[in-house]
Design a protein around this ligand. Structure first.
Ligand code: FAD
Length: 619
């Protein structure tokens, strides 16, 4: 085996696979090193991709030529559009995955990349030559060299699984932890802290009484994730819904002292938005019931994931609480639920490119940066792998701005604000969310992806064709005039109960709230454009043109100082008028731009003005 690479990616989870794919797509010699090749693309917790905010990230990764959306489209067994009745900015795609198919799809997509080599091995150390990063050393002693290393070790660094008062070292159930590397990172004085997360027990579906449960089917036709997918070919399955009840809550309350977290065995913070069932019962004590989704884990297995009862209670209590729910009275558990504590590295130590400030050439992506979720991990892996590969070619880093992508919002949040609980994406985190929609992720990012070398010819042709169709349809509707008194005007008036007072184009009518694309064209007895994606893009673009233009003005105003560089050797003590607290925060984080400085908590608008004046004087 050759031992010299341009980029080494450590970890074959959701961040690692996107990082390796992005680097390899640029044609640099890339090695994906992971503990076990059979767990590449493994979903550690729920077998599902997407959701509000998360689905947006998946579409953005796809628009940049990533693999997550393609993989879930080849493995999804239930697809839905969430918030379908709300505005397009908060509409989001979510899919249940067949775990096995998902892993196979990820592996297949990676094996299609000629510049990528896979290797199974446990990294125990970083290889240093003087102060410079030179590669990694496996726990077996094998040395693998590369000037760029991307760490994506997930929940594995110093991982410890908890169930009741039992605990043991593990990266997740069934996989060993990454302890040697965790110790080295601590010894090298990286800013390490601990977080925790948890997962529910799994149930044998043959022991569930589905006849008393409400079924929740997916959408028909299933909405695909990837802009490249024409049709979902995987057979689809329904989920089912049950509820916790007073009895469930009594069981939990009576055994709270035995829960790893409430019994004092875990001190670290977990995801507030993905609470354990113990947390829900304590925090929402007034609620007598919580909805629990019973999600199939795949087509060829009876295993079921009960979404909503993540727990670190002892196993015997888990059995009792599961069996207290309707339809689950005779449930047989296949795997226990557990909590896991792990090390993460404070992301405020990173540049926007996700490269370490203290060790050039080292990139970090995914759960190691304190995020939670497959989608958040993938959306960091891609830019980290991309920039590592660009560095190999002496090219500058690339990160989208907050106004361009959720991916940009997340990276900016992480490096400027850090976190005090696992970070997950929400649409509310984006100030420009009207233009950061799922439907236009390709429009926002595919041209960047093409320029960066991430988007291949097939995707580029598909993207360009779609844009041509949107433009042609826009021209067609703009050219179609409806005259008062015509038969078309009559049909329009019949629907809106308002006669047309003047000549209007079909495009103008589409902007009005009374009409959607299909009903308007049907009323006008016109043939529909056959490309559903193009239709959706045109319709949303028309309806939200005014709001988007206003947001665009805001972005232009903010851009005046947002991108102003702060010199790397900036002496903050020389900025007149800064308070000691602000000075300390700026000197600690050393933001690259005024925009980044403005989002550091505690840095006031007044301090930003002083900084701007100072930078301009110096410049
Ligand atoms: P991972 O998917 O964890 O992948 C890490 C990879 O690195 C693995 O392939 C591992 O083998 C490899 N690796 C680690 N150390 C080394 C080493 N030294 N050398 C070589 N390879 C190494 N997310 C949610 O959104 N909601 C939840 O409710 C939720 N609950 C979770 C519960 C549990 C118990 C666990 C374990 C995870 C949970 N997650 C949850 C988190 C989700 O699994 C992660 O956010 C996601 O998998 C992170 O992706 P990643 O690529 O950063 O890391």
């Amino acid at each position: 085996m050759q031992n010299q690479f341009d980029v080494i990616v450590v970890g074959g989870g959701h961040a690692g696979t996107e990082a390796a794919a992005a680097a390899a797509r640029l044609g640099v010699r890339t090695l994906l090193l992971t503990q076990n090749l059979d767990t590449i693309g493994q979903m550690s917790c729920n077998p599902a991709i997407g959701g509000i905010g998360k689905g947006h990230l998946v579409k953005e990764v796809d628009a940049l030529g990533g693999i997550m959306a393609l993989a879930i489209d080849q493995a999804g067994i239930q697809f839905r559009t969430l918030n379908a009745s709300k505005g397009p900015a908060v509409r989001a795609t979510r899919a249940q995955a067949d775990r096995g198919l998902y892993k196979c799809a990820v592996r297949r997509l990676l094996e299609d990349l000629p510049a990528l080599q896979l290797f199974q091995g446990m990294v125990g150390d970083l290889l240093m030559e003087g102060d410079a990063l030179a590669g990694v050393v496996l726990e077996t002693g094998l040395v693998l060299r590369a000037p760029q290393v991307v760490l994506t070790t997930g929940t594995f660094l110093g991982g410890r699984v908890h169930m009741g008062d039992q605990n043991y070292a593990a990266g997740r159930a069934g996989d060993p932890p990454s302890n040697a590397l965790a110790q080295r990172l601590r010894a090298m004085a990286f800013p390490v802290a601990r977080l925790k997360t948890g997962t529910p027990p799994r149930i044998d579906g043959r022991s569930i009484d589905y006849s008393v449960l409400e079924a929740q089917p997916g959408d028909t036709p299933p909405p695909a994730f990837s802009f490249m997918t024409q049709r979902i070919a995987v057979p689809q399955r329904a989920c089912h819904i049950t509820h916790t009840n007073i009895r469930t809550h009594e069981i939990i309350a009576a055994n709270l002292h035995q829960s790893a977290m409430y019994g004092g065995h875990i001190q670290s913070v977990g995801p507030r938005y993905c609470p354990s069932i113990e947390d829900k019962v304590v925090r929402f004590a007034a609620k007598n019931s919580h909805q629990i989704f019973l999600e199939p884990e795949g087509l060829d297995t009876h295993e079921v994931y009960p979404n909503g009862i993540s727990t670190s209670l002892p196993f015997t209590v888990q059995v009792e609480l599961v069996r207290s729910m309707r339809g689950l009275e005779n449930a047989v558990l296949l795997r226990p639920g557990y909590a896991i504590e792990y090390d993460y590295l404070d992301p405020r130590d990173l540049h926007l490119s996700l490269e370490s400030q203290r060790l050039p050439g080292l990139f970090c992506a995914g759960q190691i940066n304190g995020t939670t979720g497959y989608e958040e991990a993938a959306a960091q892996g891609l830019p980290a792998g991309l920039t590592a590969a660009r560095r190999a070619r002496d090219l500058a880093a690339w990160t989208p701005g907050r106004h361009e992508a959720y991916l940009g919002v997340m990276v900016d949040d992480l490096v400027t604000r850090g976190l005090d609980e696992p970070y997950r994406m929400f649409t509310s985190r984006a100030e420009y969310r009207l233009q950061l929609r799922e439907d236009n992720a390709d429009l926002r990012l595919t041209p960047h992806g093409r320029a960066l070398g991430l988007v291949n010819d097939v995707r580029w042709t598909a993207f360009s064709t779609k844009q041509d169709i949107v433009q042609a349809e826009r021209r067609r509707l703009a050219g179609l005039r409806i005259h008062p008194g015509s038969a078309s005007a009559g049909r329009i008036a019949a629907k809106t109960e308002q006669p047309l007072s003047r000549d209007v184009s079909a495009l103008e009518l589409l902007r009005r709230p009374d009409w959607d694309y299909v009903s308007l064209l049907n009323a006008l007895e016109l043939p529909l454009c056959t490309d559903a994606q193009a239709r959706e893009q045109l319709e949303i673009e028309c309806k939200y043109a005014g709001y988007v233009a206003r947001q665009h003005d805001e972005i232009t105003r903010a851009a005046r100082w947002e991108g102003t560089d702060i010199p790397a050797d900036m002496d903050y003590a020389a900025v007149r008028g800064l308070s000691a607290e602000v000075l300390q925060r700026l000197a600690r984080q050393r933001p690259q731009t005024i925009g980044l400085a403005s989002r550091i908590p505690g840095v006031t608008p007044a301090a930003i003005s002083l900084l701007l004046i100072h930078v301009k004087r110096r410049g």
